[in-house]
Design a protein around this ligand. Structure first.
Ligand code: EPU
Length: 431
């Protein structure tokens, strides 16, 4: 994983029998904010069910650069983070690692929540499939009493007199902004009300973590949350990360496309999956949920459909690349609209190189069904686009090469091992 130039070679399923058990790891989008939130605790934090992802290591490196030690036992899926004992009121995060991940953004809210009054941090990086603004994050900090200065390469936040109790209304229920502001609110000496917040399961996981510090966080209505940290206590915390819902659906779709014998996808929280499972049912996917697992096998045919992504609890944008491959095998023409990232169609251009027929019209992708995928060299546009290319490779007539493969490993823990365990032939090749 240290060579960012490696590729994946994947062989078609006519050379393999896909069957067995695949276990879903902990959620990437939960563990990253919770690692940041550990700053708010001045005692040790222990996290379980941690996925083995490059982004986790990058974030832990940044955490180390500001003097907080941690250990990551990848096999045991555990992280221990030492207590945050920073006495100074200002922190300058100079590590270039902040540019490698979008979620370095969350260090701002976490440090404000930990009582730091001046923060200087390099601009964040990200997935690369879309512009990723952070105006909602910064507007929220300002509303809480911070002065925010944006420079070409870094951001400075100052709250010299502390954060004010306030009511902050987000102009859109952004996941990251909700997390940032929730954490910052833990540093307010009083009550904060956040309106129009995101309610993704990963947000609820962060709230469950913060509540262990005796911070009172309650929903007044579906998208309004009240935070009062006046009775906060520091305590050694154990927290089990929720299963990754996007990974879960990725494997279910893989099973539906490739497995005559069926695969069993384990570590499922069904409560997080209503929207995608309903869509899979409509498409004619043959699956059954029982005891925290989904059994799924290949269907004779799939129905076409028109899919629209939206904020949770509706269908997440991150499922769409995998759904697109399913739709490309359906009987008839389907369409996709991504209301969260309207231009996130780069992965379809890659699939086109493998004989997918689609066109973009007024923000809609129209996808022809019954595709006969042909093997090609394609690039992983982002982590989900990369998984979609793997799926198409399995359905193709030859060996598919996927460049930029490290992108896939940003979101899928132990991907090669998990795929090989269910019979898929995949190799990591150094460029
Ligand atoms: N937005 C703004 N301004 C902001 C923040 C967001 O205009 O200040 C816009 C974005 O441009 C986008 C929409 O709001 O159009 C949603 O963005 P959001 O802030 O909710 O996304 P995020 O927090 O940056 C998280 C996930 C993404 C996932 C999105 C949407 C993490 C680490 N990342 O990103 O996950 O696509 O929510 O659900 O939680 C992935 O896992 O593949 C991934 C990219």
């Amino acid at each position: 994983m240290h060579n960012p130039n490696y590729k994946y070679k994947v062989y078609p399923i006519n050379q393999a029998k896909v069957e067995g058990i695949v276990e879903v790891s902990g959620a990437k989008n939960s563990v990253l904010p919770i690692i940041c939130a550990s700053f708010i605790n001045r005692k040790k934090t222990h996290l379980q069910n941690v996925p083995n992802l490059n982004d986790v290591n990058v974030l832990l490196n940044i955490v180390k650069s500001i003097g907080v030690k941690s250990s990551f036992l990848e096999e045991q899926q555990e992280i221990s983070i030492e207590e945050f004992n920073f006495e100074s009121i200002s922190i300058n995060i100079e590590s270039d690692d902040t540019r490698k991940i979008r979620y370095s953004l969350l260090l701002m809210g976490a440090l404000l929540g930990a009582g730091i009054k001046e923060i200087k941090i390099n601009l964040p990086g990200g997935c690369g499939f879309s512009e990723r603004p952070y105006d909602i994050h910064l507007a929220g900090f300002e509303k809480m009493g911070c002065s925010v200065f944006e420079y070409e390469n870094h951001i400075e936040i100052k709250a010299v007199n502390g954060l004010n109790p306030s009511v902050v209304e987000l102009r859109f229920p952004s996941v990251g902004a909700t997390e940032n502001l929730l954490m910052a609110a833990c540093g307010v000496n009083g009550v904060t009300i956040l309106k129009n917040v995101a309610i993704e399961p990963e947000i609820i996981d962060l709230i469950d973590f913060l509540k262990k510090l005796n911070i009172s966080i309650e929903f007044i209505d579906t998208r309004t949350v009240k935070i009062d940290s006046q009775n906060k206590r520091d305590i050694e915390i154990n927290h089990y990360i929720i299963p990754d819902r996007i990974e879960a659906i990725s494997w279910v779709i893989l099973g539906a496309l490739t497995s005559d014998e069926g695969i069993c996808v384990k570590n499922i929280d069904i409560n997080h999956l209503f929207a995608p499972l309903l869509e899979l049912q409509n498409l004619g996917v043959d699956f059954k949920f029982e005891n925290g697992s989904i059994d799924v096998k290949k269907s004779k045919f799939f129905n076409s459909s028109d899919l629209i992504s939206d904020v949770y609890p509706k269908l997440a944008t991150d499922y769409l690349p995998m759904f697109a491959v399913l739709l490309s095998m359906a009987n008839g023409t389907s369409s996709i609209v991504d209301t969260i990232y309207p231009k996130r169609f780069g992965y379809l251009n890659e699939l086109q190189k493998m004989s997918l027929v689609y066109l973009q019209k007024n923000g809609e992708a129209i996808i022809r069904g019954n595709t006969n995928y042909t093997a090609a060299e394609v690039t992983s546009t982002d982590l989900r686009g990369g998984f979609a290319a793997l799926l198409a490779g399995l359905l193709s007539n030859g060996e598919t090469i996927i460049t930029n493969a490290y992108q896939i490993d940003r979101g899928y823990s132990n991907l090669v091992e998990k795929m090989q365990k269910i019979g898929i032939k995949i190799e990591r090749m150094n460029a």
